[in-house]
Structure formats: structure tokens, C-alpha cells
Design a protein around this ligand. Sequence first.
Ligand code: FES
Ligand code: FES
Length: 222
Amino acid sequence: MESKIGAGMTLTQEAAQRRVADIISAIPVVLTEYRCPLCARVFPGYSGLREHYEAEHAGAIAPIVVMLMLNGKGCEVLIEPHWTLKRTLQFRLGLTGTKHMCDKGVCGSCTVIMDGRPVLACQILTAECEGRDIQTIEGIAADPKWKPLIDAYCRWDAMQCGYCTTGFLVTAKALLDRNPNPTERECREALAGNICICGTYPRHSQAIIEAAAAMSGGGVDG
Ligand code: FES
Ligand code: FES
């Protein structure tokens, strides 16, 4: 399956899969430099940054290091203690598939899976995520196992502007993890926390049910 992304440019799903896999593998496992967010000085170790804060920015709250288990890979991140997981994913790690919309826990656009449950990344502090198992849309898109779900979303055209779609897909993946054969009602209930301004709601359930059939070996007609 391929998509037109601009004049003369075509992005196949395989190319997109490779691209997100590259983005994930480019995230460093261990920090090798520690940049002061206030004055941009760089230190080779965390203790150097802490000492710098005490000497130069007394009274300011120093950044902290958190170890995330992200898409099956451990990675250290240097963040400010008040940062949400959504902010860390987008601004520190370049995982922009976790979308910013309401920032109030209402729309579901920032959904990620944490320890098997869909959660809202705009409502969780990164500092609370130490050692938790987190899956983002990038990890799902890079995993060939979930290609039938993405194919089904494309086949059913379950998007218009597409801004909310990654949040829906993450919620759908969490549903299929715990219920590989959901009914339409179960799909609707699972997606109740995801809002689409473009009104694509009916197609999501159809896409998920089709993906469930394909993943259980039932295949897809047409
Ligand atoms: S941006 Fe997190 S729920 Fe809307
Ligand atoms: S497709 Fe536009 S907000 Fe859902």
C-alpha cells in the first residue's frame, strides 16, 4: 500500500516502517552529554551539570535523568522534572506521533500504551515513567505484526486530516492485545476516549474488526 505525500513523492508503507524503525534506533540508550537548559553549556557527566546548577543557577530546579523502556528499548533522557511524557516524547526524543491537541486529558490524541494499558501522555509526568514499559505509535508502526491494523485503517479511510489517527491506532492496538476478536460495540467502547474533530468514528470499528480477522488468519476480501 502506498500514499501520496506531495508532488511526485510516494511513501510506501514499507518505507514508512523503515523510517520509524530508524527513528527508534537513533534514540541513544545512554546519555553522553548533559546540556544545561538555562545556558546551553554541555557537561560530560550528570554530576558536572548538578554542580553547575549549584554554582550558576542557585535556586533553579536542576534537570533529572530518567530511564525509559520505550518501544522495547531502554533509553536515558535528561528532562526537567515537570515535563509530561508527551513533552519528552516530542521534544526530547523526536517521537512526534504522540500528538499534542487538548493537553487536558480529553481528546486521546496523545495516547500511548504503558504496562499494557492505553494512557494519556499529556497527563503523566515523565518522572513517573521510570522503568515502565511504554509503546508509542512509532513502535507499533515499526512492528510488522501490526501491519494488518494499519492496512485496515488505510483501506477503510479511517482518517481525514489524520491528526487524531495515531491516538486511535494506539488505543486500537491496546484493545486487540487484550481482545483479539472485538465486537463493534467493544471497539466503540474502547475508543470512547478518542475524539476526532473530522468525525471519522464509524470507520474505526470497521477497520479494527477487519484487522482482527486478518490477524487471526481470516483474511480480507477485495
Ligand atoms: S493531548 Fe492528551 S488527551 Fe488531548
Ligand atoms: S481525522 Fe481529523 S481530527 Fe480525526
